[in-house]
Design a protein around this ligand. Structure first.
Ligand code: FAD
Length: 514
């Protein structure tokens, strides 16, 4: 098995290589993931050092104060390297660059750029992105935050945002909200670059999370906040497009990060397996272990190739359909979770101990399947796209090696599922389960086109998964659940309705506040 040579001919390969070497050296001397997790924060020296190096605004051009001005290929490699070091640190850097800085970089006015980019590029301030709301998570269109236009061009913003990464630490936050005109009529969505000193904005409660504890995720409250007209990003009706562009960049960033985390997981498996003796001899030599490690290794290589493919397209300014980003994030996060689970098993009790890097990595990795679009939402989105004809995703796939055969395979799957519906079925009537399976097939077909030129081991790994997906689709049978209340009742009949009422930690009375 050969390791494919990746990212070798990019224009900033030398600069990126130096930065990766710096990150490895820096991490070996200054980063302690255990403390990041336990203290629930990225230590100040790391924030300052990454800021001084330019990593916190790594794609900001020099004219706006960027110190690195990296290509997409360079930025993806940095995220992969960081994830090999610490996933929470990667989320910190990724959110700041791709969710926080990117909307300003792409859609900001000259004034907004002048005001924020030099500070972001040097790490003097941080940036966040706020779209999610209590009722609008996987479905952002359900958002209720409203920016109502005033006659003088300002907007009055009311609403609440949830789980905004870095928000409490940020100097500027891109907020997506409904746009209403002065009569209260909906005019689509708006994106606003809101300064941290904005009157009427209040940073809310932090979410205590399972992993990514070095990062902050918190609520933001807007109480009739008068947002100046100068804060509008791009057109005042482009909020959704700006949100989608930002999410696309975020999805590529997550895919790059997941690839680094898979390599790290693989490293832990090989290190342990290479030293641990079990009944059959060395754990690494066991044939089942070899199968598990092989699968993880192939996943890491395949994902690297997918990320490289996307990054190089972007660097050559070739447009890619949004489905490609969704597919990359979907596959990457699912492959990472499979790898982490496999490693947890391979490392035995040590993998379950909290003083082992894998346990923290597993907690950090879990959210990659949820944020920036849960796997199911992305799969259904891809499935809907394919059901409706699949353009331009299929034309992209058709241009990949072996693309025609892959398109043919997808058509076969689609026919299998469509046979179960009348010809005039509407998209809303198609089972989410069918759309989800079709979407997964589209994502795996894309990966198939990427690994087509890889060696036999890599293609064999892909084929095994492709065949399994076919089997699932051909054999899929609908299930029918009772009403949720009825099922809840049945469950309670087995284990009761346990709401623990024992007293917890003491909450101090209010006398200590003014
Ligand atoms: C650590 C962390 C950081 C975050 N950072 C940010 C941030 O910086 N900015 C921001 O705006 N948001 C952020 N989020 C929010 C995140 O994007 C949302 O959690 C995510 O979009 C899912 O929304 P939800 O949690 O409300 O899930 P819900 O909408 O309640 O969905 C629950 C589950 O339903 C299933 N589901 C959803 N849709 C479908 C479907 N169509 N078909 C089948 N099943 C489906 C999925 O399994 C999904 O996980 C963050 C969240 C976390 C946990």
């Amino acid at each position: 098995m050969m390791m494919p040579e990746l990212f070798s001919n990019t224009p900033d390969a030398e600069k990126t290589g130096e930065l990766l070497a710096w990150l490895r050296d820096y991490a070996s001397r200054h980063v302690n993931s255990f403390l990041i997790d336990r203290r629930c924060t990225i230590p100040p020296h790391i924030v300052l050092d990454l800021g001084n190096k330019g990593v916190l605004g790594m794609q900001v051009p020099e004219e706006w104060g960027g110190r690195l001005a990296l290509s997409h290929a360079g930025s993806c490699q940095v995220l992969r390297q960081l994830a090999g070091i610490d996933l929470a640190l990667t989320a910190f850097v990724g959110v700041n660059n791709h969710l926080g800085t990117r909307p300003l970089l792409r859609f900001g006015s000259a004034e907004q750029k002048q005001r924020y980019l030099p500070q972001l590029a040097s790490g003097r301030i941080l940036a966040a992105f706020a779209q999610t709301e209590p009722a609008a998570g996987a479905n952002p269109l359900a958002m209720t935050s409203v920016a109502r236009a005033c006659p003088d061009g300002d907007f009055i913003l009311s609403g609440e945002k949830w789980w905004s990464g870095l928000a409490a630490w940020a100097g500027v936050i891109t907020v997506i909200a409904r746009h209403q005109d002065s009569q209260g009529v909906n005019r689509g969505y708006i994106a606003l670059a809101i300064d941290k000193e904005q009157p009427g904005m209040r940073q809310g409660e932090e979410a205590p999370t399972m992993g990514m504890r070095g990062m902050v995720q918190n609520k933001i409250h807007f109480d009739q906040a008068r947002i100046p007209r100068a804060a509008v990003l791009g057109s005042p009706y482009a909020g959704l497009a700006i949100g989608n562009d930002t999410m696309g960049a975020g999805r590529l960033a997550i895919a790059a990060a997941c690839s680094g985390a898979i390599w790290r997981t693989l490293q832990l498996m090989v290190q342990y397996g290479g030293k641990r003796r079990i009944a059959s001899g060395l754990l690494y030599q066991n044939q089942h272990t070899q199968y598990v490690i092989h699968n993880t290794w192939m996943a890491a290589i395949a994902l690297d190739m997918l990320v490289e493919h996307i990054a190089l397209h972007l660097d050559q300014e070739q447009a890619l359909p949004s489905e490609v980003f969704a597919a990359a994030k979907l596959l990457a996060s699912e492959l990472l979770w499979t790898a982490v689970d496999a490693a947890g098993q391979l490392l035995g009790g040590r993998g379950y101990c909290d003083n082992n890097p894998l346990s923290q990595l597993a907690r950090d990795a879990r959210v990659t399947r949820i944020f920036e679009g849960p796997s199911e939402t992305l799969s259904v989105f891809l499935g809907q796209s394919l059901w409706q004809g699949g353009h331009p995703m299929l034309s992209h796939l058709g241009r990949l090696a072996g693309g025609n055969a892959l398109c043919g395979g997808l058509a076969e799957l689609q026919t299998t599922l469509k046979q179960r519906y009348p010809d005039d079925v509407r998209l809303e009537e198609v089972s989410a389960r069918h759309l989800l399976l079709l979407g997964q097939a589209l994502a795996w077909a894309t990966l198939g086109g990427i690994v087509h030129d890889g060696d036999a081991a890599l293609r064999g790994w892909w084929q095994e998964r492709w065949d399994e997906l076919h089997r699932q689709i051909f054999q899929d049978k609908p299930v029918l659940l009772p009403e949720a209340a009825a099922l809840e009742h049945m469950i309670a009949s087995r284990i009761g309705r346990v709401e623990q009422g024992a007293a917890g930690e003491e909450v101090l009375p209010n006398l200590l506040h003014c």
